[in-house]
Ligand binder design. Structure first.
Ligand code: F6P
Length: 539
């Protein structure tokens, strides 16, 4: 079905009608009419409990959203992804991140060949390498243990490993510290190197293509730093690579045996459970890494087999469609009430915005509806003292996902009730607000009332998980991966390419040689002026 046909589909039209008929029905009214929606509009799977009752949803809305998913062929598309069909059309690639976490006995094919044994072989090599590093069998050039691990990579070769390193802080093995360098700004590398002893440092150069300018620039600078301290021969012991580009890895001077591969059917933003997770495995050990993969896989199975009405990724994805396409929501907030998930919103930003920030459908036809929303967020309670003012009283619609955990893992567990009280209270306050009458009853002066009213009726989902563990992290990431997939299917776009990032890369290369005075390319007057000003002021 093309982009043009989307708005003609019966379910889309039904949803438009439901939207038009919605009037001013508030979440409070929905609860007053049917209080049990608070226990009915829930779904559960893989240890994740989703309460979606505080949304602008009734049963008829949900039924129409699920009908839309069916009309758009979600189930067939999902089957095609798991079957290894080349659903990434513009790059003619399969999309098989689900194979990265499939059990060894599974059979998942790309072009007729089962990819699972290769995946397992790489995982085994990664595990063997990690054991060597942990047990001191893999030493640096001066025979010291490698305890400082630096992941040099950007985008999907950075955000997942960094997010997981923080999220799984409790599972980290003693004696290992990790650092992440992504930005091409030399300050990023400088800040990290300042903390390191070359003799104890292991660099992981993580790049699917091994051509990304930021990563290769930082990798070469790190190499020079190491060689200056320990000599050329040390490179072999102190650098390993994660890439699909084996020739480029060899050209860098690394032993191909110290390179961990993956495949073109793994998108960068879907790769934290591939060899790109080497930093994660070094931090938490192979067994905990495999436990994370089991969490991913459990959610894959849930997505594949659970009826749509109870299917967590489908529910999250279709609720997002409802706000995005029928209420004009421009953004979605991700609000984890877990300090260790601080980088989760940034991780989801790439996952959603690089996947679904598209303007044409699979056939190249321009979309006539909005595609992926802007994703942003911060952990609670920090966000409460920053941007929640806008969520409670601002003029914009920002559907939010709250994420919380039942079990405290910190040594200050007594504070956990306070954290969770904030989480539940925020979703309650957003949904139900506080009226002028309530304020009057509290004796608030009449002039203050307009300023103090919280209108409520602001929709949110709440995800409640038992504890932040490798398993639950894997399940949570896979939940959002499949939600992003679901939304992409509705819009009929290619969620697995990223052509939009290319132009900036090409222009940056032209501008760089202009800045260095090697070329004099033609630019618009503004850019030209900026280049000249920079050149004249640069000392
Ligand atoms: O520029 C975008 C991008 O291609 C992302 O999709 C990817 O995650 C990132 O760059 C890094 O790419 P690579 O792993 O090839 O260095």
């Amino acid at each position: 079905m093309s982009a043009a046909q989307l708005q003609d589909s019966p379910a889309w039209q039904r949803l438009q009608q439901l939207r038009a008929d919605w009037g001013k029905t508030s979440i409070a009214e929905l609860f007053a009419a049917s209080p049990e929606r608070g226990t009915r509009m829930v779904a559960e799977g893989c240890g994740i409990y989703l309460d979606y009752s505080k949304n602008w949803l009734r049963e008829d809305t949900l039924a129409a959203l699920l009908a839309l998913a069916q009309e758009r062929g979600l189930e067939a598309r999902r089957a095609a992804m798991f079957a290894g069909e080349h659903i990434n059309g513009t790059e003619d690639r399969a999309v098989l991140h689900v194979a990265l976490r499939a059990p060894a006995s599974a059979q998942i094919h790309d072009q007729g060949s089962n990819v699972v044994p290769e995946v397992q072989a790489v995982l085994d090599r990664m595990a063997a390498f990690c054991e060597q590093v942990h047990q001191g069998d893999w030493l640096g050039a001066t025979s010291q243990r490698l305890r400082q691990i630096v992941n040099i990579g950007i985008g999907g070769s950075y955000l997942g490993p960094e997010m997981a390193y923080q999220a799984l802080r409790r599972q980290r093995l003693p004696g290992i510290r990790e650092y992440f360098v992504a930005n091409v700004d030399g300050a990023a590398l400088e800040a990290v190197l300042a903390e390191l002893d070359p003799a104890q440092t292991l660099f992981i150069i993580a790049s699917k293509t091994f051509t990304t300018l930021e990563t290769m620039t930082n990798a070469h600078a790190a190499r020079r730093w190491l060689v200056a301290a320990l000599g050329e021969a040390a490179v072999e012991r102190h650098f390993v690579a994660v890439s699909t580009n084996h020739e480029a890895v060899a050209a860098f001077g690394m032993n191909p045996e110290h390179s961990f591969g993956f495949w073109d059917w793994v998108g960068g933003r879907y790769s934290m459970d591939s060899a790109i997770g080497l930093a994660t495995m070094l931090a938490i050990g192979p067994e905990a890494f495999r436990e994370m993969l089991r969490g991913f896989h459990a959610m894959d199975e849930h997505f594949l087999h659970t009826p749509l009405a109870q299917n967590l990724p489908v529910l999250l994805g279709m609720i997002a469609i409802w706000y995005n396409n029928f209420w004009g929501a421009q953004s979605q907030a991700i609000l984890p009430y877990a300090h260790d998930l601080a980088r989760f919103p940034a991780y989801l930003q790439q996952l959603q915005m690089e996947s679904n920030g598209k303007r044409v459908d699979l056939h190249g036809t321009t979309l006539t509806v909005d595609s992926g929303p802007i994703i942003w967020g911060e952990p609670g309670t920090d966000g409460q003292h920053s941007f929640y003012q806008l969520l409670h009283q601002g003029t914009r619609l920002v559907p939010s996902d709250f994420i919380g955990f039942v079990q405290p893992l910190s040594d200050f567990g007594a504070q956990h009730d306070l954290l969770m009280a904030n989480l539940f209270a925020q979703s309650e306050a957003l949904a139900f607000g506080r009226s002028a009458e309530e304020l009057r009853a509290l004796g608030v002066a009449e002039t203050q009332i307009p300023h103090r009213v919280s209108p409520g009726n602001r929709p949110s989902n709440l995800l409640l998980v038992d504890a932040l563990t490798p398993f639950s992290l894997g399940a949570l990431v896979a939940l959002y991966e499949h939600s992003v997939f679901t939304q992409g299917v509705i819009w009929g776009i290619d969620s697995f390419d990223q052509w939009g990032v290319e132009l900036g890369k090409v222009l940056a290369q032209r501008v760089e040689t202009d800045l260095q005075g090697k070329t004099k390319n033609t630019h618009d007057r503004s850019t030209q002026n900026l280049i000249e000003r920079y050149r004249s002021q640069r000392s």
